[in-house]
Design a protein around this ligand. Structure first.
Ligand SMILES: O=P(O)(O)OC[C@H]1O[C@H](O)[C@H](O)[C@@H](O)[C@@H]1O
Length: 285
């Protein structure tokens, strides 16, 4: 099966998305990717799409106790239902617990849930801003505790040449070493990077290669995950081409572990991310 893409062109923006995973796969501005898609991504529904913005839910990676699969939960492996976009949204989708019943990992879903996800483009033609909004609703009678992430793959010219601002002095779990550390100054990636920062403020990725700054503004989740597999790990990832690891960094709006979302019966919360490129040296629009 080949997945059918949705395409949207608006001013300098071009967006591609799939119902499978409600996955925004590409956002280019003036022909240059901001949200990056692997040239080796499988677009046949046989595995999650490598790149774009995978939605991780109701667990992140292998879950709070490290024993769940598939990686990042069940909704990025399932086709969502398109619903009517509202108020300037480009696309919107919905999925609920019954839609994942029977899928791999469904037995680990911790309770009833309903998700609505929307992709919008805001800002101006000169400074477009992508807005991603995931509403999580608990329609059940019990508290719902879930992990979630908007796992944004941002395009950079060379990940070794970027500076990530906004995480200074934040504590983080280094998933590579298993240690908890404190960020000393801006982040410059020097090897495999897989960190869960206890911070939910704006992050700026300065990319000296493309002469762009990518501004990421999260909402509704307490953590920021920074990920790049680097050369050796990337070589083991089937749907990443040679050297493709140089072309992206993931800056993820996340709520995992002790910072999971806890929803009372009937409660809804929204987790979102805004992303916008600006030329280096100017402020976000
Ligand atoms: O390969 P995936 O299942 O898409 O996961 C890719 C990566 O996602 C997150 O950033 C996790 O923190 C990493 O540990 C994981 O390797």
């Amino acid at each position: 099966m080949t997945l059918t893409p949705h395409l949207h062109v608006e001013g300098p923006s071009r967006l591609v998305a799939y119902d499978f995973g409600a996955h925004l796969a590409e956002w280019t501005v003036d022909g240059l990717p901001v949200v990056w898609l692997s040239g080796h991504a499988r677009l046949d529904g046989s595995r999650p799409i490598r790149g774009g913005v995978p939605i991780c839910f109701p667990w992140f990676a292998d879950g709070p106790d490290g024993d769940l699969s598939p990686s990042h939960g069940v909704v990025r492996n399932t086709s969502w239902t398109s619903v009517e976009p509202q108020d300037g949204e480009v696309w919107a989708w919905r999925i609920a617990r019954e839609d994942v019943a029977g899928s791999a990992g469904a037995v680990h879903v911790p309770g009833n849930f309903e998700l609505r996800y929307a992709v919008a483009v805001a800002g101006s033609a000169q400074a477009p801003v992508l807005d991603l909004a995931l509403r999580v609703h608990n329609p059940g009678d019990d508290e719902l505790s879930v992990e979630v992430a908007l796992h944004t793959y941002l395009h950079v010219g060379d990940v070794r040449e970027i500076t990530v601002l906004g995480l200074e002095e934040a504590t983080y779990l280094d998933k590579v070493t298993g240690r908890v550390e404190t960020q000393d100054g801006p982040v410059r990636l020097r090897g495999e990077t897989d960190r869960v920062y206890d911070r939910s403020g704006p992050v700026v990725v300065e990319d000296r290669t493309t002469l762009r700054a990518l501004h990421v503004v999260p909402r509704g989740a307490a953590q920021t995950v920074l990920w790049n597999p680097w050369a050796d790990k990337a070589a083991q990832i089937e749907d990443l081409g040679e050297e493709e690891w140089l072309r992206f960094v993931c800056v993820e709006t996340a709520a995992r572990g002790e910072r999971s979302l806890r929803l009372a019966p009937g409660e809804s919360v929204e987790v979102g991310t805004r992303v916008g490129p600006t030329p280096i040296g100017t402020e976000a629009g």
